[in-house]
Ligand binder design. Structure first.
Ligand SMILES: NC(=O)c1ccc[n+]([C@@H]2O[C@H](COP(=O)([O-])OP(=O)(O)OC[C@H]3O[C@@H](n4cnc5c(N)ncnc54)[C@H](O)[C@@H]3O)[C@@H](O)[C@H]2O)c1
Length: 253
């Protein structure tokens, strides 16, 4: 598929990688339904997208809420006269050890933090993928592509019981959705970034950040543009489905 043929939903588009993806897709001529839970971020994105080759519309949505996701897909499908792409990018983390004993006593990861991360990072992609696939299947099938943003944490990262489970689950679902949906022309693939230079990293203490990046063979964080190179490859390579591409500077080697 070509970028200029895409009518694509990007979740988590108000910040970081999602914002970069939405702008780069619109710059490449795509029609982009940029959605996020943060209305102010969407407003500034809309302003930034003015004059780009494609079209960018914004939608306020909570990907963890079924009603909100159904409404998004009804609206975006109507606005663009159908859809043929989705980047499941919205995500958050609430890190903490499963159990920890220190001077304050015994602490546990709360069920609230477990559930929140599973709701946004796994249930969100499930709902968005289901709603897009349902409309494409109902219309008789069409060449389409779904890209799930996982993480290297899917392998099991200390302090991330919730996030690792969600990001591993997302790669497992990538494989089975690729199998289930291929007959309708829908490809499904994932990207597992390592550390990427977004507000998440920018908020870290410089010494902690340097220590973390020293473990990366390429000795730096990735740029959103380098992760977008993976998104573009998956869109453009019509024979690619069911796989997860690690873009991590060699972190998992
Ligand atoms: N930055 C990294 O180092 C890194 C590494 C690996 C994977 N990732 C993944 O990449 C994706 C983007 O990360 P980022 O660093 O750009 O994060 P970010 O925090 O800059 O952006 C995430 C966006 O998701 C939105 N969002 C959060 N909850 C939402 C909800 N319920 N509904 C709709 N939107 C919601 C936020 O408002 C925000 O705009 C995430 O899935 C993250 O887990 C990031």
């Amino acid at each position: 598929m070509k970028l200029e043929e895409m009518k694509i939903v990007v979740t988590g588009a108000a910040s970081g990688m999602g914002r970069y993806f939405a702008l780069a897709l619109a710059e490449g001529g795509a029609k982009v339904a940029a959605c996020d839970i943060n209305p102010e971020g969407l407003e500034s994105l809309r302003a930034e997208a003015e004059g780009l080759a494609g079209e960018l519309r914004t939608y306020e949505v909570n990907v963890a809420n079924e009603e909100s996701v159904v409404e998004l897909f009804n609206q975006a499908w109507a606005d663009f006269g159908g859809l043929n792409g989705l980047v499941n990018n919205a995500g958050l983390f609430r890190d903490g050890l499963l159990v920890k004993k220190d001077d304050y006593g015994l602490r546990k990861m709360s069920l609230k933090n477990w559930q929140l991360v599973l709701d946004v990072d796994l249930t969100g992609p499930f709902l968005c993928t289901r709603e897009l696939a349902a409309r494409i299947v109902e219309a008789g099938g069409a060449p389409s592509v779904i890209i799930n943003i996982s993480s290297i944490s899917r392998a099991g990262n200390m302090g991330q019981s919730n996030y690792s489970a969600a990001k591993a689950g997302l790669v497992a679902d990538t494989v089975l959705w690729a199998k289930e949906l291929a007959r309708y022309g829908i490809r499904v693939a994932a990207i597992a970034p390592g550390f990427v230079d977004t507000p998440i990293l920018q908020g870290m203490r410089p010494d902690a950040l340097n220590k973390m990046l020293s473990g990366v063979p390429l000795r730096r964080a990735g740029a959103p543009a380098e992760i977008f190179a993976g998104v573009k490859f998956i869109i453009e390579c019509d024979y690619f489905t069911g796989r997860c591409v690690d873009i991590d500077g060699g972190l998992r080697l």
